[in-house]
Design a protein around this ligand. Sequence first.
Ligand code: AVI
Length: 332
Amino acid sequence: MRHSHPLPGAAHHRQAALPPEAGAQERAQILHGLLQPQARLSPKYFYDQHGSELFEAITRLPEYYPTRTERAVLRRHARAIRAAVGAGGVVIEPGAGSCEKARVLCRLLAARQFVGVDISADYLQAAVARLRAQLPGLDARAVGGDITAGVQLPDDIARQQRLVFYPGSSIGNFDPDMALALLRHMHTLASAGGQAQDTGGILIGIDLPKDVAVLQAAYDDDSGVTAAFNRNILAHVNRLVGSDFDPQQWRHEAFFNTTASRIEMHLAACGPQRVRWPGGGRDFAAGERIHTENSYKYPLADFTALLQRAGFHAPQAWTDERGWYALVHARA
Ligand code: AVI
C-alpha cells in the first residue's frame, strides 16, 4: 500500500515513496535482507552522495582514530615501507575514491603506473585527472567497477611489480569468508606476472583490537555524525526500493561484540514501525533492529594467517606507538 497524498487525519504521515531506482536483482537482494528474521542491510548502501559526505566527516571526528592513525603509520614508517615494497612499480587501489591516499603512496614509491578502481566511475575519473596533474610522471588510470564482483584491468597495465593498496581498514567491513575471497582476488591481481622473482604484493590497513571504550566512542561519537551516517542508509534504501522508512524513527546503536571481535552497528525502531514498499512491507516491533554493519578488529596474527590463506607470504607490519592500527605488506 502506497499513498501518493497524505492520508486525511494523518498530519505527520511521511512523504510518499518514489518509484524504485534499483534494478530488479538489487531490489530483490535488499528486500530479502529486510525480510530476514534478523533484518539486515549491506553497508555498501551507506555510500550515496550524502553518506559519502558523512563518512568524510566521520574521518575528521576526534573519536574516529583509524584515518589519522593510518596516515601517521605511513608517515612514521615511510622509508621501511618503500624498502619493503620497492620503487617504480604499479599501484592498484580498489575503492580509490578521491585518490588522496594514492597520491601520498605513489609519491613515496615513485610509482610508474596507478590504477584506481571504484564503483563511482565519474567521481573516480575526476580524482584520477587531479592525480595526473599532481604527479605528471605517473600513468594514472580509472577503472569503474566493484572489486567484490571481480575486476579486469586494462591489458597495458604492467604485469610485474604490482602492489594492491587497500587502506582504510575497509577489509574489516567484510565477514571473514568474504574477506578471504576478496584477498584471493587481490592476490590474482598482484601476481599477474606469474614469475617466482616477481615482487608483486599487497599493502593493506588493519584496525587492531583495543580498549572497548575507544572503539565504542569511535562508532558512537558525541556529535552524532555516525548516527546520522547510519540512519542515512534508510533514506538511500527508500530511493532504491521505493520503501517509506522514516529515518528519524530509528535509533543508532553501536557495540563491540567481543566473541566475534567486531563493532556491530544497528538501527533500532524507536516505536512500532510499519514499513511499506511496492508489493510488500514489514512491521517492526519497538526496539527491533536492522543490522547495518560489522567492522572487524583483527589481531595481527589472525590477519596475517588470513593473508597466507589467500596466497600471500612474508608478511611485515608497521603500527603506531599505541599499537592501534597496522599497515601490513605481504608478497604475492
Ligand atoms: C569504511 N570503514 C572502514 C569504516 C569502519 O570504520 O568500519 C566505516 C564506518 N562505519 C562507521 N564509522 C565508520
